[in-house]
Write a protein that binds this ligand. Structure first.
Ligand SMILES: [Zn+2]
Length: 140
């Protein structure tokens, strides 16, 4: 098997369920940008088992609930892109009508209502750790 970055260990894991892990992206161009990563290696979304789909729905709902509580996004983009990492993962991109502030830093979403064209924005480790903790506490 080809070396897979999502199999060789993800950073910034918020929670690990039976089938999926909730992971924060280091790139926080959209505040709260995260993903659900399948715990086994598969490159075909249509090859998910019924249990994995059911679990994805539940884990997605829980992640959305936690993000809603913490950051009140106005909308979500959900994407299976898998351009770089072929391992099945669902991107969760919170979208915002107006500015949000996290740890004293402002986050804008000027493309709200259309495709996000913002450049990658790496969040400082300590701010990302705060975000991870805050989301972890709200996942249930
Ligand atoms: Zn993999």
């Amino acid at each position: 098997m080809i070396e897979c970055s999502l199999c060789s260990g993800v950073a910034w894991r918020v929670a690990q369920g039976l089938y999926w892990s909730t992971v924060l992206n280091r790139d926080q161009r959209l505040l709260g940008k995260s993903m659900l990563v399948l715990n086994r290696h598969s490159e075909d979304v249509t090859g998910l088992t019924d249990d994995e789909w059911l679990s994805l729905r539940r884990d997605l709902a829980a992640t959305k609930r936690a993000l809603d509580e913490l950051l009140q996004p106005d909308h979500y983009n959900l994407l299976f892109l898998m351009n770089v990492d072929r391992h099945v993962h669902l991107h969760i991109w919170p979208r915002y009508r107006s500015r949000r502030t996290w740890q004293g830093m402002d986050y804008e979403d000027p493309d709200f209502g259309s495709q996000c064209n913002a450049s990658p924005r790496t969040m400082k480790d300590e701010d990302l750790e705060q975000l991870r903790t805050a989301l972890h506490e709200r996942l249930r």
